[in-house]
Design a protein around this ligand. Structure first.
Ligand code: NAP
Ligand code: MG
Length: 483
């Protein structure tokens, strides 16, 4: 398969105005490559071309669009081994997670391939006699996709797949920390039967090329996943141009463990939810809210399991936790460990930089005990392999604590009590709620998104995606005149 480190500008693979190095966080001596940084002229060029390509693409038959999406999905799934390895090598998640992510991204495309054929509108009689109404969706136009590094292929794909499905052009600004996965996905898309310039890759720094993209009046819609501060900047830019915007941002997810919880299930879900992907998930269970009667037993097993987790090179067999993504992330994480201690939390295990065989950004998973929900470590998103235990004396207190945050992406409860599980499901103020499952792990055929500062705009995925990637047209037809 064609492989280069260039941007895809107006349908051509082009070098940029500079390059960045992409190094393996598991082993800094491993230089994955140098990647082009798009220039402002290139961005303008590709925006102009995208507008023309979009019109052409929208006119493709639904079966022709379906074939394109199906081919992208199949190629991702068929190449999940290679592309997943590349993803793990540049991002640092264990190989099994990297491969799983690429395969899952393929499924997003095959799901939306089928959705190409399911674009069915509504019809109605007018209140005026003899007049009929046809309500249908049309593409929104040129979509800017700005994505993060933590799920470099999956997050981008769950935006790109519906954007293309509903007849739009896409300009993709991936995170600069994970350019190899971006080039790999773009390679697959570029090889399909699509109009020249329908899909563009503009790698570059967020504050330069990303900022220019989201401020462009040539963009009709922006789908963003990333941090809250960047999201706020993008929202202001979007409002200025009245550009449609959808944003998924940070969170501070809580997992409640009730007194009647099955202990092993609780611990397994807590460990998986807190430390999967080195805790670098927007759905990570970073607050563990535990009933006092089960607290000590839970904590004992939690520490035992956390300490036993194997931290190592992402591509090595047996690794359960890879390195964190960058030096900056590692330093921020270690600063949060110090902050937690200074706030009075007790660090029960981990939370330190590890010296391993390879020079990388390794850190042991850490658990804080004796924490209160008001501490900054329980209010700010850390995006680290760190979890805090908060002890509560009853269900009501736990629910209040779950909701005492300005975020609201996911929350979960471990309980055998149906009434409590139901009450929790109905009263937790998060966009996603789980019962006897980890807070992380979501499907693609149903809506995804949060409340509060976690999300802004329409939900992603499933049928919800149509809300964002289309505009509704209402047509009135005078059907009362016989020919
Ligand atoms: P980030 O710093 O906000 O970056 C996200 C993307 O925005 C990157 O591509 C970045 O480019 C770009 N960007 C940065 N500044 C920009 C600007 N001024 N204008 C336009 N684009 C700009 O987030 P991150 O560090 O990559 O990812 C971690 C964050 O993502 C966490 O807060 C996490 O919670 C969140 N996240 C949320 C979800 C969710 O669904 N809710 C899912 C995953 C992750 P560069 O980084 O290349 O400069
Ligand atoms: Mg960043």
């Amino acid at each position: 398969m064609l492989q280069n480190n260039h941007n895809l500008i107006a349908g051509e693979w082009l070098a940029g105005e500079s390059v960045i190095e992409n190094r393996n966080p598991s082993d800094l001596s491993d230089l994955i490559g140098e990647y082009a940084q798009a220039s402002s002229e290139q961005l303008q060029q590709t925006l102009t071309q995208a507008r023309m390509a979009q019109v052409e693409w929208a006119a493709y038959s639904i079966e022709r669009k379906q074939s394109v999406l199906m081919a992208i999905g199949n190629a991702l799934m068929a190449n999940a081994e290679d592309l997943g390895t590349l993803l793990s090598r540049e991002e640092g998640k264990p190989l099994v997670e990297g491969k799983g992510e690429v395969f899952r991204a393929g499924q997003f495309f095959t799901y939306y391939a089928a959705e190409c054929l399911r674009q069915i509108g509504e019809n109605a009689d007018s209140v005026r006699a003899g007049v009929e109404i046809d309500v249908r969706r049309e593409p929104v136009g040129v979509v800017a996709v700005v994505s993060p590094w933590n799920f470099p292929t999956a997050t981008a794909s769950w935006k790109i797949a519906p954007a293309l499905c509903y007849g739009n052009a896409v300009i993709w600004k991936p995170a600069n920390l994970t350019p190899a996965s971006a080039v790999a996905l773009t390679n697959i898309i570029a090889q399909q039967d699509i109009p020249k310039g329908l899909f563009s890759l503009v790698m570059g720094s967020g504050s330069i090329i990303g900022n220019e993209l989201v401020n462009s009046p040539l963009v009709d819609a922006i789908s963003f996943t990333g941090s809250l501060p960047v999201g706020k900047q993008i929202a202001s830019a979007a409002i200025e141009n009245l550009t449609r915007v959808q944003m998924e941002m940070g969170s501070k997810n809580a997992l409640v463990v009730m007194d009647d919880a099955e202990l092993d299930l609780a611990v397994t879900n807590a460990v998986g939810g807190a430390f999967g992907g080195s805790g670098q998930k927007c759905t990570a269970s970073s607050r563990l809210i535990v009933h006092e009667s089960i607290h000590d037993a839970f904590v004992e097993k939690l520490i035992e399991k956390t300490t036993a987790m194997k931290v190592g090179h992402a591509l090595h067999e047996g690794t359960q936790i890879g390195p964190v993504v960058s030096e900056q992330q590692l330093n921020e994480n270690l600063a949060y460990v110090e902050l937690g201690k200074s706030e009075g939390a007790e660090l029960a295990c981990g939370g330190v930089r590890l010296d391993t065989q390879h020079d990388g950004f390794y850190m042991s998973p850490g658990v804080f005990l004796k924490t209160s929900n008001q501490m900054r470590i329980n209010q700010e998103e850390m995006f680290a392999p760190l979890a805090s235990v908060i002890k509560v004396s009853d269900y009501e207190e736990s629910l209040a604590m779950v909701n005492d945050t300005h975020f609201g992406l996911t929350s979960g409860i471990i309980t055998r009590n149906l009434a409590r599980a139901t009450h929790f499901r109905r009263n937790a103020r998060t966009g996603v709620v789980t019962v006897n499952l980890p807070t992380a792990g979501t499907d693609y055929h149903v809506p995804f998104g949060g409340r509060g500062d976690s999300s802004y705009g329409p939900r992603e995925q499933g049928k919800s995606a149509a809300e964002f990637y289309t505009v509704v047209k209402t047509a009135y037809i005078n059907a009362g005149i016989p020919g």
